[in-house]
Design a protein around this ligand. Structure first.
Ligand code: ZN
Length: 225
């Protein structure tokens, strides 16, 4: 069993916890959620045994669809689904800035069963949650928010086929409609999503989810349109 396969197993365990919490919270359909959580359990066991599952790409797409749905139903703090599964290290200065120009603080989220592979949460001092990134995934080199589109430019080209989706996020108020997952080819250097213009009442944020190599990243910006 390699360190890499243990890392992959740990990430799928964490994702299964997140999916079950979303189902328990009424944010995701029970039957679809239980099936996805079961698939993630299988992926975790297979990775831990050193036998990666076939159809991993279909699993990544399903995880991406899940993320887009919960982004559409929940406000900025999606990582709250993982309360109890993570420890939080103290925030630290990153020397990076959000697209709005303000500083980004970093907080490591440390899985209890994989303490050497913390996720990284980046918080903008003005906008709040900005990026939630897998261990070792660098923050975007550039993030552009135009009147109609969000563009996230990666720090390095993606090594393999990946999936992304997006949604407006309610801050209170009614659920939004997530966009369907779309594939990114290996070598992709950015994702770009259209920001929907029709929205209900209330404040909104906009977020894109990326699933790459069985793990996920979330990029969030205030929606000021
Ligand atoms: Zn900001």
């Amino acid at each position: 069993m390699t360190e890499q396969s243990l890392d992959r197993a740990a990430r799928h365990v964490l994702q299964a916890v997140m999916v079950r919490a979303a189902v328990a919270g009424g944010d995701y359909p029970a039957m679809t959620g239980r099936r996805l959580a079961g698939q993630l359990d299988l992926r975790a066991r297979a990775e831990a045994a050193g036998n990666p599952v076939e159809r991993a790409d279909a699993g990544d797409r399903a995880l991406c669809a899940f993320l887009a749905t919960i982004l559409s139903r929940r406000g900025p703090d999606v990582h709250d689904y993982l309360t109890g599964a993570f420890g939080y290290r103290p925030e630290r200065a990153t020397g990076l800035r959000h697209h709005c120009g303000r500083e980004l603080l970093g907080i490591e989220l440390v899985p209890h069963w994989a303490p050497s592979r913390p996720r990284e949460l980046y918080i903008c001092e003005r906008c709040g949650p900005a990026y939630s990134l897998p261990h070792g995934f660098a923050p975007p080199s550039r993030l552009l928010v135009g009147p109609t589109a969000l563009r996230v430019e990666f720090n390095a080209p993606l090594a393999q086929r990946s999936w992304f989706a997006a949604s407006r996020q309610p801050i209170g108020g009614h659920p939004e409609h997530p966009l369907l997952p779309r594939a990114l080819a290996p070598g992709a250097e950015a994702l770009e999503v259209r920001i929907p213009t029709a929205a209900g009442p209330g404040l909104r944020r906009f977020a894109a989810a990326l699933v790459v190599d069985g793990d996920y990243a979330i990029f969030q910006v205030p929606d000021t349109i």
